[in-house]
Design a protein around this ligand. Structure first.
Ligand code: OSB
Ligand code: MG
Length: 366
């Protein structure tokens, strides 16, 4: 496939409900979409960089110029057979993994369409359905949170994850557990704690949580290893796991017992597959994290064999009034997303809707 042109778009999409983590509240998403044009085939990718550099140093305003000035020019005019070739072509640029992932994943999509194979099969997936969980943000009141949990359980979701931070943690988990003693429950701190809060974090052990996600600094492995030794609850790393080498180091040092893989965070499908394999050979279960993406950015990866825990892959309607793909992502009453046997990404892009939501657009040609 010759990469003839790449189109970048920024679309604006309000969330159905605000989403709050320990680093702030989001009402509406600014989403960067990438389209690669390769000899009549169009591949689509989504950049998961946020509106602000809070979850990671990358954000939409860093991703855009990095793509136009460096990453896209490194690909234009190139002949590639597979998305796998992308990391080597983009290697000169340090970091900017979310920007790279959008481009690489668009190429995987184009490759799948060109080969008339489902994307998930091309990635090595073996499942035909994905177990779904939900990530529920910090709310205005605990009552509001309990109401949301009730709704999601009724919808069939197989794991509830709640966001925590100092002041919204043990008190909240207590209320949840006193109402639902047996549900599969986990929590995500997005780096809201420090190691000197270990006594406080030990209180989490009483709630029989599936995991506590990213309790300490976003760039830390070592102190998570110290913390994991002090806790019965499994630590799961999200922000800290930026590539397969760091994943191997985290596993070797005992910094976590579970890893959250987000394709965007780690730079694309190629690196995500490597992390999957490192974890599988070390018997560390993984699951697929989300970044409030549209339907474009989700699901295919979760079909790999070591994705043994429900992911943050939820129905389109939890996020959007109308998603930009069809059919929209739907979750069964048992909490699963069936995987499409169709070639390519398995759903259609809605070009008119995307055009309507677009606030800026730029095409670079070979
Ligand atoms: O830490 O997993 C996270 C959303 C934005 C930034 C970070 C995170 C999240 C989520 C949302 O938890 C998961 C989803 O997309 O449903
Ligand atoms: Mg997380």
């Amino acid at each position: 496939m010759k990469i003839e042109a790449v189109t970048l778009r920024e679309i604006h999409m309000p969330l159905v409900h605000f989403f709050e983590t320990s680093f702030g509240r989001t009402y509406s998403r600014r989403i960067l979409l990438v389209t690669v044009h390769c000899e009549g085939v169009e591949g689509w990718g989504e950049c998961v960089a946020g509106e602000d550099p809070f979850y990671s140093s990358e954000w939409i305003e860093s991703a855009w110029p990095t793509l136009t000035k460096y990453l896209i020019p490194a690909l234009l005019g190139k002949q590639v057979e597979s998305g796998r070739e992308c990391p080597a072509l983009l290697k000169r640029v340090t970091g900017h993994r979310m920007a790279k992932a959008a481009l690489e994943n668009a190429l995987w999509d184009a490759e799948a369409i060109q080969k008339q194979q489902p994307l998930w099969k091309l990635l090595g997936g073996t499942r035909n359905e994905i177990a779904c969980g939900v990530s529920i943000g910090i709310q205005d009141s605990v009552e509001q949170l309990l109401g949301k949990i009730e709704t999601e359980l009724a919808a069939g979701y197989r794991r509830i994850k709640v966001k925590v931070k100092p002041g919204w943690d043990v008190n909240v988990l207590e209320r949840i557990r006193s109402r639902w003693a047996d549900i599969t429950l986990s929590c995500d701190a997005n780096s809201a704690y420090t190691l000197d809060r270990v006594e406080h974090l030990r209180n989490f052990d009483q709630f029989n949580l599936l995991m506590i996600e990213q309790p300490l600094w976003n760039d830390d492995i070592y102190y998570h290893a110290r913390l994991q030794k002090e806790l019965r609850t499994a630590v799961c790393l999200d922000e800290s796991i930026i590539n397969a080498r760091v994943a191997a180091a985290a596993v070797e040092t005992g910094a976590c017992r579970i890893i959250n893989i987000k394709v965007g965070r780690v730079g694309g499908f190629s690196e995500a597959l490597k992390i999957h394999d490192v974890c599988q050979s070390n018997k560390i279960p993984v699951w697929c994290g989300g970044m409030l993406e549209t339907g474009i950015g989700r699901a295919a990866l979760s079909t790999l064999p070591n994705f043994t825990m429900p992911g943050d892959v939820s129905a389109s309607k939890r996020y959007w009034k109308e998603d930009i793909i069809e059919p929209e992502v739907e979750v069964s009453s048992q909490g699963f997303i069936p995987i499409s046997p169709k070639p390519g990404r398995g759903y259609e892009i809605k070009p008119e809707l995307i055009e309507k939501l677009t606030v800026r657009k730029e095409t670079l040609r070979a």
